[in-house]
Design a protein around this ligand. Sequence first.
Ligand SMILES: [Zn+2]
Length: 255
Amino acid sequence: MAVLVALVVIVASFALFFQDDPSKDRETIYQVSTIDALMAGLYDGVVSIDELNDHGDTGLGTFDALDGEMVMLDGVCYQVLSDGHVEVASRKGTTPFAVVTFFDEDSSTDLVDVGNFSELLSAIGSELETENMVSVIVLEGTFSYVKARSVPAQQPPYLPLEEVIVEQTIFEFENVSGTIVGFYTPEYMAGMNVAGFHLHFISSDLSMGGHLLDVSFETAELGLDLTPSCLLFTPGTDAFLDLEGGGGDIDKVEH
Ligand SMILES: [Zn+2]
């Protein structure tokens, strides 16, 4: 009996130890499914927004049935619908693909005179500490131009993302303040995640956003968070278990 009690005490103290050490989780990217699976048309939600929030306060993704673009910022999960309006996502809703983490800024710098998307990518690229680790990106400012897109909800049987993307709605905003949220992901993670940059946008008044396609601005504040660990949730669905091969040409859908 004494042994059993001692064992229980040890287990309890281990549990306390891990609860007291949140840094373990905070420096971890939590990802639902793979980009290849999403591109192949696996749009059924497999993790709830509620659970996603347990793993991060910042990130991006999409929703069950590909119903819009996800932007998670300051712990709130926003859903940019294909008609352009933004809602706080239901915590009971689900996601087929998302990437989140807790944003703990390691460094901050101003980016200036960025004229387009490729200039933005090289400006952020030159601030990265390394190309071999995931960096979380939070860029805040007033943007003279933002081009973003969202996608309409799909009906099963789902078509591959490359075919669905032709239905995307493109939004253009001028002089809008807001936040660009996303990730730099190393090339060696291609297939699992979007290699290179993947960025979403949400306006400060929470009225507009989407998957970022183009941007220009005079000054914006870039925060970066180098994140060394990654936790990948792979769905136990038949569609995922039986999936073969890659998902198609990623340049057509995410860039
Ligand atoms: Zn996206």
